[in-house]
Design a protein around this ligand. Structure first.
Ligand code: SAH
Length: 477
């Protein structure tokens, strides 16, 4: 970052605006949102600024800019087209040690004003270091729709009750605020039933009891969260929220470490990656640790790459949680096959062409033998093979032996949706050789599409109801 985001205290301080036109008025409006004293320096204030001065909401100096204007100032805006005034105001503000922002002159700025979503005291500031104001406006628009207009009032209420809630046990307190902002109080408040929401929260604090306690059992809770295929922006909003709420996160080898930045700073992060061929984290050990952590009343996220329901051994983890009586949920994710198809600008299904999608693996449990891949790959099917790079020679032999066309188009996508994403295209016949020659790395998905082919003419059967029964048979042959 070339700038550092901070919120400046304005209570008892001054904000100076040099200039009296529309640009200056814009900055005055912004400054009026704060508790600062506002001093405008202009010998030609426009009607709005003059009126604000008459109302006593700002102080107006019309007799030029002097050093005294910057006394006790936290921030100065210079908003005038006059180049000489700009330079002088900038130099004076800097000499007085005041942060200065010169409108439309990034080189003369100590600080930039962000796009703001204002739900005072909740304020979201969006900055792009001047690179993409249009993007910032778009983000602001999105956030404006996400945050209900009265959210600030709920936050202010929470602020007033903080002292009283401080006597609760810290974990209970976290549960309380989680419930306030994600549960019934927020919903009631947003629906305009503010008094009811406040009563509910006060009651919960006074009795140290959440009405929705059954959703926050003392035994903890485990979310099996899909992290997506490997880029931070492909996790779902729900997944990101669970990460923010987690006390402990168990994460996999293929999970993008960037994602962990979404978690609370004090959340514990435990790597339980199963590097192929090593036994550091056998499944039983992961299951046992997860049960123990949840039993201690902590909120656990089990972060798995892709979708937790696809080749993630989620069922085994869920079974041990069930056995221990711990509640759990699945938060779905974008699976690798989806990202792989996207990387090829292709579609996993296509009406009339590939009406069936089969998700399969290159390797089964030891002792289960090899899958019969050809049995999945009927005409009109896309076959997405996970964990199949090492089994490529077997896959090829199996398919060819079953009469699958050797010139079939096969796409191998490694590290889909990451900066190292790579697509290799090969005919089925050369699958294993290509993987070897190109040095295709794991993790990779092999996508095989077998188009619908018309049957050869001599076996095509046409039913001709317009012909007599005997002739119909002849037509069929
Ligand atoms: N639950 C995961 C799959 C886990 S099995 C999902 O839904 O995607 C691990 C296999 O997933 C890897 O061997 C590889 O075949 C595939 N895989 C995971 N991430 C991948 C990625 N970014 N690109 C390509 N394949 C990936």
């Amino acid at each position: 970052m070339k700038t550092f985001p901070m919120f400046l205290k304005t209570e008892g301080r001054r904000i100076v605006v040099v200039g009296g036109g529309e640009q200056a008025a814009q900055k005055v409006r912004l400054a009026l949102k704060t508790s600062a004293e506002i001093l405008v320096v202009s010998d030609a204030p426009d009607a709005e600024i003059a009126d604000l001065a008459r109302q006593g909401r700002i102080v107006l100096h019309t007799d030029g800019l002097h050093e005294t204007a910057f006394e006790n100032a936290v921030l100065a805006f210079v908003a005038t087209d006059d180049g000489a005034i700009r330079a002088a105001a900038h130099a004076l503000a800097q000499r007085c040690g005041v942060l200065v922002n010169v409108v439309d002159a990034p080189d003369l700025c100590d600080a930039f004003t962000p796009s703001i979503v204002d739900r005072d005291p909740v304020v979201v500031a969006i900055g792009t270091e001047g690179t993409a104001p249009v993007l910032a406006r778009g983000l602001k628009a999105t956030l404006e729709t996400m945050l209900e207009p009265r959210l600030g009032d709920l936050a202010a209420l929470a602020g007033r009750l903080r002292g009283e809630a401080a006597r609760l046990d810290p974990r209970r307190r976290r549960d309380l605020w989680r419930w306030v902002f994600n549960g019934a109080p927020r919903a009631l408040h947003a629906a305009g039933r503010e008094r009811e929401a406040a009563a509910l929260v006060k009651d919960a604090i006074a009795n140290d009891r959440l009405p929705e306690d059954r959703d926050h059992p003392a035994t903890g809770f485990v979310s099996l969260v899909g992290a997506g295929p490997g880029s931070r922006d492909l996790i779902t909003l729900r997944g990101a929220q669970r990460l923010q709420e987690a006390d402990v996160i168990f994460y996999d080898r293929l999970v993008d470490p960037d994602l962990l930045e979404l978690a609370r700073r004090d959340a514990e992060r435990i790597y339980v990656g199963k590097t192929p061929g090593t036994a550091a984290w056998p499944q039983e050990r992961i299951n046992a640790l997860m049960v123990r952590t949840a039993r201690a009343g902590r909120r656990v996220v089990r972060l798995k790459c892709g979708d937790p329901g696809i080749f993630g051994r989620g069922a085994e983890e869920a079974a041990s949680l069930d056995e221990a009586g711990i509640n759990w949920e699945i938060v779905p994710g974008v699976t690798a096959a989806s990202a792989a198809a996207a990387a090829t600008s292709g579609f996993l299904t296509e009406r009339g062409e590939a009406d069936t999608l089969v998700i399969a693996t290159g390797q089964l449990r030891a002792g289960d033998g090899d899958p019969n891949w050809a049995s999945y790959l009927l005409p009109g099917t896309t076959l997405a093979l996970y964990m199949a790079v090492g089994a490529a020679a077997k896959v090829r032999a199996n398919l060819l032996a079953a009469g699958v066309e050797p010139d079939l188009d096969v796409r191998i996508v490694s590290r889909a949706a990451s900066p190292a994403e790579r697509v290799v295209i090969t005919p089925l016949d050369a699958l294993a050789d290509t993987i070897e020659r190109e040095g295709v790395e794991n993790p990779a998905i092999i996508l095989i599409r077998r188009p619908k082919r018309e049957l050869p003419a001599r076996v095509r059967v046409e039913i001709r109801p317009d012909l007599s029964r005997d002739l119909r048979l002849v037509a069929a042959v």
